[in-house]
Ligand binder design. Sequence first.
Ligand SMILES: Cc1cc2nc3c(=O)[nH]c(=O)nc-3n(C[C@H](O)[C@H](O)[C@H](O)COP(=O)(O)O)c2cc1C
Length: 145
Amino acid sequence: MPAMGSMSYRIAIVYHSAGGNTKALAEAIASQLPEAEIYRMSEFDLRTLPDYDALIVGTYTWGNGELPAKSAALYEELEQLPIASLKTGVFGTGETNYNHFCGAVDHFRDMLFAKSQLLVTLKIEQMYQDSDLSRLQKFASFFQG
Ligand SMILES: Cc1cc2nc3c(=O)[nH]c(=O)nc-3n(C[C@H](O)[C@H](O)[C@H](O)COP(=O)(O)O)c2cc1C
């Protein structure tokens, strides 16, 4: 039992970005969710995951619709954890001229759908634009209240 801990709804946004597109999207999502804590994948300590009600994962796509190595490592660790009651979402950036647009989002989606309470996914073409704002707000709304 937690002692006098905070009773608030805790959200972690954990992202991996090489060139900055996914980082910018993560920050834009965070700006819609003022209480959310935002981490690079390499700085998030999975041992703190039980402290959170919701986990939002962000990744770009590499190879042929694949997860970049850091994202694959998180995927493999998450898969082993007891996350059945954790609310989750996944977002990513990619490029529609690849065969499998945002394939990494689809990989996380399938695993998180099976293992956790997956609420929503979001795929954005490279750097998000003002015209993506309504989709971004819709995504964030699944984690509000
Ligand atoms: C070698 C390479 C392979 C890629 N493969 C895919 C892919 O299969 N599907 C896709 O949607 N995007 C693919 N991309 C595009 C990146 O996912 C996209 O540029 C993304 O926005 C990069 O995010 P970042 O700026 O956060 O690193 C690839 C990019 C590179 C350089």
